[in-house]
Design a protein around this ligand. Structure first.
Ligand code: GRF
Length: 210
């Protein structure tokens, strides 16, 4: 049987991309990564894909005056490579509602905070400024809002008085690399059921991903 085809969108260093590549290699994600797309040239995510013989392209956002044109190109490439599921892995662009409709409930994202707290691009800075004692990461379906789709999985980490954005980001990232591959596999194997805002996980008695 053909494996489901993932398209991974990234913007930078791609450590989440790497954790997904590793999980696919280890048989922990039953899918093929059909394509990696970045919106910036010469980023590490492209190198990681290249090194692993995964088709990769940069669709440079700066070369498109209009978001519509950029997204049209994205869609064209995703379709060309027969991508069925989109995995956002550090992709720093907001996708339009029109784009998302093409892959409704087939786009996953990871956000480095415990949603619904600290949405947006400065989650760690915002969490530290607010003075929270616990932060973490969230895997969620992408809907038309900002970091607002139904939550699939979360992991928490402590926040220490001595933390900087960098130390907190590193602690959270360690958890991202654990929960994102697991959440992707649950999704791909049909274990997730969206009911309104809630994502129910089949046969899940622990409330977590274990
Ligand atoms: C991660 O913290 C992810 O949660 C956020 O962007 C960062 C990307 O890191 N969306 P990387 O490129 O996967 O290393």
């Amino acid at each position: 049987m053909n494996k489901p085809v993932l398209g991974i969108l990234a913007s930078g260093r791609g450590t989440n991309l790497q954790s997904i590549i590793d999980a696919v290699d280890e048989g922990k994600i039953s899918a093929e990564i059909g394509l990696v797309i970045t919106d910036k040239p010469a980023v590490m995510a492209l190198q990681r894909a290249e090194k692993n013989n995964i088709p990769n392209i940069c669709i440079d956002r700066k070369k498109y005056a209009m978001r519509e044109d950029f997204e049209a190109k994205l869609l064209e490439k995703l379709r060309e490579y027969e991508v069925e599921h989109i995995i956002l892995a550090g992709f720093m662009r907001i996708l339009s509602a029109a784009f998302i409709r093409n892959y409704k409930n087939h786009i996953l994202n990871i956000h480095p905070a415990l949603l619904p707290s600290f949405v947006g691009a400065h989650a760690h800075r915002d969490a530290l400024a607010y003075g929270v004692k616990v932060s973490g990461c969230t895997v969620h379906f992408v809907d038309e809002g900002m970091d607002s789709g139904p939550i699939i999985a979360q992991a928490a980490v402590p926040v220490f008085d001595t933390d900087t954005e960098e130390t907190l980001a590193a602690r959270v990232l360690g958890q991202e690399h654990i929960i994102y591959p697991k959440a992707i596999e649950l999704y791909l194997t049909g274990k997730l059921h969206i009911e309104g805002r809630k994502v129910l996980i089949k046969n899940n008695t622990s409330g977590g991903l274990s």
